[in-house]
Write a protein that binds this ligand. Structure first.
Ligand code: PLP
Length: 423
C-alpha cells in the first residue's frame, strides 16, 4: 500500500507553512488551498443568483459540490444530498421535517455523544410525546474508569416494537473510537423487525469520522448521515445524506409552502445551500484522491489510516505508560492502536497531584506554537456521566491529529506534556 507523501500533503495547506502545530483538528481542520481557490473564484467570477436564466455556470458549480458530497457519502444519487451551515443545524432540520411521521409513544435511541445528534431528537420527543432511550458506554478497563466504549450488545435490548429511530455516532469526538456501524445497524434492523416496529430509521453522525475513514451509507444501510465540511479540509458548512425513501415517506418539507420540492433535498434545506462553500467542497474529493497513485477514495483512506496509527502511537504510548498512569493520567476511550481508533486522544490528570485540563492547555498556550484544547466538546453528557465524576466544564484535554500531522509534531507535543506533567 502506498504511504502518504507528507511533504506533498502539507504543501496543499497554506496555514501549515508557518510550522505552527495544529493539534485541535477534531474542532476543525485546516482548509486545503484548492478549496480556498474555488471559493475565491466563485465569489470573484460567478456570484450571481442560482438558477436564474443568466447563471448556468454558477448553478453547475453548486452541483459539483453535491457530486463531491455524494461521492464522500457513497450516496446512490445527487438527489440524496443537501447542505447547511453546520451539522447541528442539519440534524435539527431533519428532526423538524420528520415530525409529522412521529407518533406519541414512538421511541428514539440516542447516545451520550456530541449533542448535535441528540438534542434534536430530545426536543422532537418532547414535542410529540415520544420516548428517549440512551445507549450507555461501558467501561472496558479495570484500571481506568474513563476507558469506555459503546457495545452493540448494550444497544439491542433498547429496541422495542415502538422504536422509530436510532441516532448514533460513527466515531466519538472524545473517545476517539469508531463504532462498527454496519454490524450495529444490521443488528438494530433485525431486532426492530423481530419486535414488529412500525418503521425504523437510523440517523448517523459522521462528523468526527469523515476526515479519518471512508463513509459508505449504502454499506451501512443508514437513512440519514451528516458531516461537517470544515472538519474535512473544507470551509465552514456541512452536508447531509438523506435516503430517497426517507425523503419520500418520512420528511415533510420545511421550506416555504409555495415551493414545489419534489422529494428533493430542498425539503430539509430552507434557504440556499451556501453556494460558494458548496463549490469549495467540490475540491475535497480530488484532494483526497491525490494522496495515493490509485486515485480512489478507498486507497486514500487506507493510507490515511496507516499514517494516523503511526502518529497516534507515540502519544498514546506516552499517556498510557505506567509512570504517567501512576502520575494520575487517565485517557478516555481505549488504549489499543488499531484502525478502530482515530488519532483523537482525550485525557484528564486526577489524584493527589491532579492538574486541571484548563491549566494543561494554558501551559501549551504559554509556550506557544502548538494548538490543543480542553472542555466537553458538546459531548457534555458523556463527560458528565463518567464516574468518578469530572468537572464537566473543565472537561478533558483533547489532542487531535489528522493525516497532515507528522511524527515529529507529535513528539514535540509529548515533550511539552512531559514537562507539564512533571510539575
Ligand atoms: C461528533 C460531532 N458531531 C457533531 C458536531 C457538530 O458539528 P457542527 O459544528 O457542524 O454543528 C461535532 C463538532 O465538533 C462533532 O465533533
Amino acid at each position: 500500500m502506498a504511504a502518504l507523501d507528507i511533504n506533498q500533503v502539507r504543501a496543499c495547506f497554506p496555514s501549515l507553512e508557518s510550522g505552527h502545530i495544529y493539534a485541535d483538528n477534531a474542532g476543525g481542520s485546516r482548509t486545503a488551498q484548492a478549496v480556498i481557490d474555488r471559493i475565491v473564484d466563485y465569489l470573484s467570477n460567478t456570484n450571481v443568483q442560482l438558477e436564474a436564466g443568466y447563471s448556468a455556470k454558477n448553478s453547475q458549480r453548486v452541483v459539483e459540490g453535491s457530486i463531491a458530497a455524494a461521492e464522500l457519502f457513497n450516496a446512490t444519487s445527487l438527489d440524496e444530498v443537501g447542505f447547511g451551515s453546520s451539522s447541528t443545524m442539519l440534524f435539527e432540520n431533519i428532526a423538524r421535517a420528520i415530525e409529522n411521521d412521529i407518533q406519541p409513544g414512538d421511541e428514539f435511541i440516542i447516545t451520550y455523544e456530541h449533542e448535535a445528534n441528540n438534542g434534536p431528537w430530545k426536543r422532537l420527543a418532547a414535542r410529540r410525546n415520544a420516548v428517549v432511550k440512551y445507549w450507555h458506554p461501558t467501561p472496558v478497563s479495570a484500571d481506568n474508569p474513563y476507558s469506555v466504549t459503546y457495545k452493540v450488545e448494550e444497544l439491542l435490548p433498547l429496541v422495542s416494537s415502538r422504536t422509530r429511530l436510532a441516532a448514533i455516532t460513527a466515531c466519538s469526538n472524545i473517545l476517539g473510537s469508531v463504532i462498527p456501524v454496519e454490524e450495529a445497524v444490521k443488528a438494530l434492523r433485525q431486532r426492530a423487525e423481530e419486535q414488529g416496529a412500525r418503521k425504523f430509521e437510523v440517523a448517523l453522525d459522521c462528523v468526527a469520522y469523515a476526515s479519518h475513514r471512508k463513509m459508505d451509507v449504502q454499506k451501512w444501510d443508514v437513512d440519514y448521515c451528516v458531516f461537517s465540511v470544515y472538519k474535512v479540509f473544507g470551509a465552514h458548512n456541512a452536508a447531509a445524506y438523506v435516503r430517497s425513501a426517507a425523503l419520500q415517506t418520512s420528511l415533510t418539507s420545511i421550506v416555504h409552502d409555495f415551493f414545489k420540492v419534489d422529494n428533493k433535498p430542498h425539503k430539509f434545506q430552507p434557504g440556499g445551500p451556501g453556494n460558494e462553500l458548496v463549490y469549495g467542497a467540490a475540491a475535497i474529493v480530488p484532494y483526497l484522491k491525490s494522496l495515493t497513485p490509485e486515485d480512489n477514495l478507498v486507497a486514500s483512506f487506507n493510507a490515511i489510516t496507516n499514517h494516523e496509527q503511526e502518529i497516534l502511537t507515540p502519544l498514546l504510548r506516552f499517556l498510557t505508560d505506567a509512570k504517567q498512569v501512576e502520575r494520575g493520567v487517565r485517557i478516555m476511550g481505549t488504549s489499543e492502536i488499531d484502525p478502530s481508533r482515530i488519532p483523537t486522544v482525550c485525557f484528564v490528570v486526577v489524584g493527589q497531584n491532579a492538574i486541571k485540563s484548563k491549566d494543561i492547555v494554558e501551559a501549551f498556550n504559554k509556550k506557544g506554537g502548538i494548538s490543543i484544547q480542553h472542555g466537553h466538546f458538546c459531548a457534555y453528557y458523556l463527560i458528565d456521566s463518567l464516574r468518578p465524576k469530572l468537572d464537566v466544564n473543565d472537561g478533558v484535554v483533547r489532542i487531535s491529529f489528522v493525516h497532515y500531522n507528522t511524527v515529529e509534531e507529535v513528539e514535540k507535543i509529548v515533550d511539552v506534556l512531559r514537562e507539564v506533567l512533571r510539575e
